[in-house]
Design a protein around this ligand. Sequence first.
Ligand code: FES
Ligand code: FES
Length: 230
Amino acid sequence: MNPQPAAQSPAWDMTRRTVLRSTAIAAAVAGTLDVAAQTPPPLTLVNTSAQADPPPQILKTQLTVNGRTHVLEADARTTLLDALREHLKLAGTKKGCDHGQCGACTVLVDGRRINSCLTLAAMHDSQAITTIEGLAKEQELHPIQAAFLKHDGFQCGYCTPGQICSTVGMLAEVKLGMPSHVSASITGRPGPLTDEEIRERMSGNICRCSAYPNIVAAIREVAAQPGVTS
Ligand code: FES
Ligand code: FES
């Protein structure tokens, strides 16, 4: 005869109910805490007018470009590139990267080549600025312009004003005896302007069409003319 299961004692039953009730209470509390943890903090009102940009500071600058003097009144943060293109409407100087990486914006300031996107117009008050528009004399092309035409030193032409201005500045640097990273000596005069020298010295001017062989050929021809680099 199978023994009858023993009736559960009231003491055990109380214990189980107590455990279940405790668990339910704990879950409810935990749920409450969880909801509290997910509740976003109250919004704080910020006075945005206190953080707005200050009004632009307008500066008056005298820009001498291609022999003509202009008085520019513009935001002090205006780059030389934007001053030339947007204010003086000299759009020959190109904006490629606007970050000093492509050389499309190269102009000459007091005879030295610079990236006009990396400098402020107000820094060049009364200096002599030359852009691609100022290289030709009347109807006669600058020798470097003529050489680029002769050697097809371009395809789309977007980089070409910068390439030509940069070449003018680069040949002046060679004439002054400034070495490059591939010059054999950094103290003596640089040697002949080899293709390697030309490529290194022009490495700041990027041509997306990759017209480099023809650009180098054009520069090589101009550099070989008497008095250009020596
Ligand atoms: S636009 Fe100035 S370096 Fe590219
Ligand atoms: S000719 Fe097109 S980027 Fe140089």
